[in-house]
Design a protein around this ligand. Structure first.
Ligand SMILES: *Cc1c(COP(=O)(O)O)cnc(C)c1O
Length: 412
């Protein structure tokens, strides 16, 4: 098991067996159960090596060439490589790779464009908006005046006419498009048109699909949005972290919004790992991966429908599926527990049709493991069994162990 570079595992085991045990237990859990959490993936040993590198020791406040600390010559090179690769990968004029997370990226985007009290139009939380899109429990809901648009209760699709009507009546300073649970492509050109009509900024929070964008398997928001926020750890398969892309006109405002406005020192080991991930994402193998992710999601959605689940929007364009297990006699929360007991990990989430909790799952991680269409059919069948006959959880758990045994996420 070489998820952590072997020498480091040995060092940890010798010095702190208690914690080494925990890390190896987690590796075993990830390797022997199914990871269908839509936001998760398996980053490569090279990405993990960069994360565990001595750049973790380095303080590097500021930006390459203008740091507040000495000794930044290698940190500067790492960050320049990450920025150049991100710009090339997504066709952006400017990239900031310092945002610590997807949420930090959104916070910085708001800081760059908005003032407290400004009106912002975003997908409502019950329809898949993120916490940073106006939740009262988050800074966004406290400091800005959020108006939520929704999805059609029947089709589950974004209601663009409602977006346009709300934009006209509320005259927001910014419109946010992006979701934690939307399985279809967004029409960025239409969002741009609506934003232009009311003189609003367009912020695309593409945390989920940005990896698909890198591989050409989803439309790129960069040509349409003033600012694109993303995570680097979802389909993109890099380290946990955030990223912001924008035009040259907003570059300075975005950089200052990240540091010094909302963050301190850059996490240089993470930035190095982002550079590694962007390098991987520029390869033909990654392009093929992203297209297989979508094929797998479509096959899985179809097979889950065959098991009796109701698939929101009738399918998916992406890695992400939301489904209502109600026809099997369980709600989303109960279903999540039954599936976890059977070794299948996924989330529950709000569903568009009213106050229902359904399931949210994705194919990014299982596809990284090498699973394809046949495995998706098998996963759906196992899920159907686990949901219909909870008494068979242990038997399904054994089948999951056998299935995952053929697709180890890390070389042994
Ligand atoms: C995942 C996600 C985020 C937040 O990312 P974190 O790294 O968890 O902070 C923000 N917005 C959307 C749409 C997301 O899907």
């Amino acid at each position: 098991m070489t998820v952590i570079p072997a020498p480091q595992t040995d060092v940890l085991r010798a010095q702190d067996p208690e914690l080494a045990e925990v890390l190896l237990g987690e590796l075993d859990r990830q390797s022997t159960t199914l990871q269908l959490i839509a936001a998760e993936n398996f980053s490569s040993p090279a990405v993990l090596a960069a994360l565990g590198s001595p750049l973790a020791n380095k303080y590097a406040e500021g930006y390459p060439g203008t740091r507040y600390h000495g000794g930044c010559e290698f940190a500067d090179v790492a960050e320049r490589i990450a920025v150049d690769r991100a710009k090339a990968l997504f066709g952006a004029e400017h990239a900031n790779v310092q945002a610590h997370s997807g949420s930090s990226a959104v916070l910085a985007a708001y800081a760059a464009l908005l003032r407290p009290g400004d009106t912002v139009l975003a997908l409502g939380l019950p329809y898949g908006g993120h916490l940073t899109h106006g939740s009262p429990a988050n800074f966004s809901g406290r400091w800005f005046d959020f108006v939520g648009y929704g999805v059609d209760g029947e089709t589950g699709l974004v209601d663009y006419e409602q977006v346009r009507a709300l934009a006209r009546s509320h005259r927001p300073k910014a419109i946010v498009c992006g979701s934690i649970a939307y399985p279809r492509h967004l029409d960025y050109a239409l969002f741009r048109e609506i934003a232009d009509e009311v003189g609003a900024y367009l912020i695309a929070d593409a945390a989920h699909p940005m990896g698909l964008v890198a591989g050409g398997a989803a439309p790129n928001p960069v040509p349409y949005a003033d600012i694109v926020c993303a995570t680097t750890h979802k389909v993109l398969r890099g380290p946990r972290g955030g990223m912001i892309l924008c035009g040259g006109d907003l570059a300075e405002r975005v950089d200052r919004a990240v540091f010094p406005f909302t963050q301190g020192g850059a996490q240089m080991h993470t930035i190095a790992a982002k550079a590694v991930a962007f390098g991987e994402a520029a390869t033909p193998a990654f392009t093929a991966y992203t297209h297989q992710v979508v094929v797998n999601a479509r096959v899985l959605a179809h097979a889950l429908a065959g098991q009796g689940l109701v698939i929101t929007t009738g399918g998916t364009d992406t890695h992400l599926i939301t489904a209502d297990p109600a026809p099997l006699g369980v709600d989303g929360r109960t279903a999540r527990g039954l599936l976890a007991a059977a070794g299948v990990n996924l989330d529950c989430c709000a569903l568009p049709h009213g106050d229902v909790r359904g399931l949210r799952l994705g194919t990014a991680a299982v596809t990284t493991q090498g699973m394809r269409e046949a495995e998706m059919d098998r996963i759906a069948a196992l899920m159907g069994t686990a949901l219909r006959t909870p008494a068979r959880a242990a038997a399904v758990r054994e089948e999951v162990r056998e299935l995952t045994g053929g697709f180890p996420p890390y070389p042994r």
